[in-house]
Design a protein around this ligand. Structure first.
Ligand code: MN
Length: 357
């Protein structure tokens, strides 16, 4: 079980009452949000769902760009297929993926499988996604009612998933919502347990997103908790809080980089470091563990020369030092030096590829 809350959104995933492990994965990294429901059993389903959300996070755009989001889902699909082929997880593992980019009231949604996105607008709950499942096909063909589908033995058989088809068809939607609307992303652990009307009532009754996700998970568990359940609730506002935060960080970074340029020039002169030393440092690169436990790539050299640090951030990554072999952890704590940025990049690419560590 995990919970995370910040202004305007909350996310929660829960193993349920019956299963021994949670094969769902959730991602809440504004402006990007996603749920994934892994298939394939223990040591496969959760591998697939986590690879999917992590690859999505690494590739997704930070702006409302439907085709870039589609490409990111495609990359996630490729990664799940590749992982299965290379023996990470199991052959035949797969995952659903329902992702949303939230920029104010502008939603960009990508979707594969039977997890869902819902929008609560003016007290009315509507589905933004169509299930890719056997029973959904039967309902669309008029051969089954929604009511009948709920007890159908094949209700959880899906017709599209990441991890099977390299040419996977991905649904992408752009939605103009309104301020005050509420977006819900969820796995089928919620929708198998609760009717849309019950979901609507809970969303309407709980003002805080954190309270809403708790109440939804509790209700699914009270209804039997037969599956893993994951929910993300996001309150939409006209001012693009998530997007603005990103833009402000980017602007602050640009200002800082300019200021650092001048400071380096002044410091070089003051500390008597020659231009040759400076140029040498510029030609080198290193990878180092950041205080937050991730790995970053810098141009320059670790440590300091005189009192001056000659390092320029090239790339922050989501590679976690703690997930690497002990020998790698030790060298990254000190900083591993390379003759060129390209060499460091190649090494980093290998680190970022699960299984090649
Ligand atoms: Mn499920």
């Amino acid at each position: 079980m995990s919970a995370r809350s910040q202004r305007g959104w909350a996310a929660r995933t829960d193993v349920g009452r019956i299963r021994s492990h949670n094969e769902d994965a959730v991602l809440a990294d504004p402006p990007l949000f996603a749920v994934a429901d892994g298939l394939g059993g223990h040591e496969a389903g959760e591998v697939a769902s986590h690879i999917a959300v992590e690859t999505l996070r690494d590739h997704a755009p930070r702006r409302p760009d439907a085709s870039a989001l589609r490409r990111a889902v495609r990359a996630a699909n490729r990664e799940v297929i590749r992982a299965a082929r290379e023996g990470i997880g199991r052959w035949g593992m797969g995952t659903t993926l329902t992702a949303a980019l939230v920029h104010g009231t502008r939603l960009t949604i990508a979707h594969v499988g039977d997890s869902r996105a819902y929008l609560l607008h003016g007290g009315v709950l509507s589905r933004l996604t169509e299930d890719h499942s056997v029973v959904a096909d039967l309902i669309r063909a008029g051969r089954m009612t929604e009511e009948e589908s709920r007890s159908h033995p094949n209700r959880s058989v899906i017709t599209r998933a990441l991890g099977t088809d390299p040419d996977l068809k991905i649904d992408v939607y752009e939605v103009d919502a309104s301020a005050g609307d509420r977006l819900l992303l969820c796995t089928d652990g919620l929708t198998v347990a609760l009717l849309d009307e019950q979901i609507r009532e809970i969303l309407a009754a709980n003002r805080e997103p954190e309270a809403a996700v708790r109440a939804l998970v509790d209700a699914a568990n009270d209804a039997g908790g037969i599956d893993n359940v994951s929910v993300i609730v996001i309150d939409l506002s006209a001012d693009d809080t998530a997007g603005r935060g990103v833009r402000e960080r980017e602007r602050a970074l640009r200002v800082a980089v300019t200021a650092i340029g001048w400071l380096v020039a002044a410091a070089l002169i003051l500390s008597g470091i020659s231009f040759l030393t400076y140029r040498y440092a510029r030609s080198r690169a290193f990878l180092i563990a950041e205080p937050d436990g991730t790995v970053s790539l810098y141009r320059g050299v670790p440590g300091s020369i005189g009192s001056v640090e000659l390092r320029w951030l090239e790339r922050r990554t989501s590679v976690r030092v703690s997930e690497l072999p002990p020998a790698r952890q030790a060298e990254l704590a000190e900083g591993r030096v390379f003759d060129s940025v390209d060499e460091a990049r190649a090494f980093l690419d290998a680190l970022e590829t699960p299984g090649a560590r």
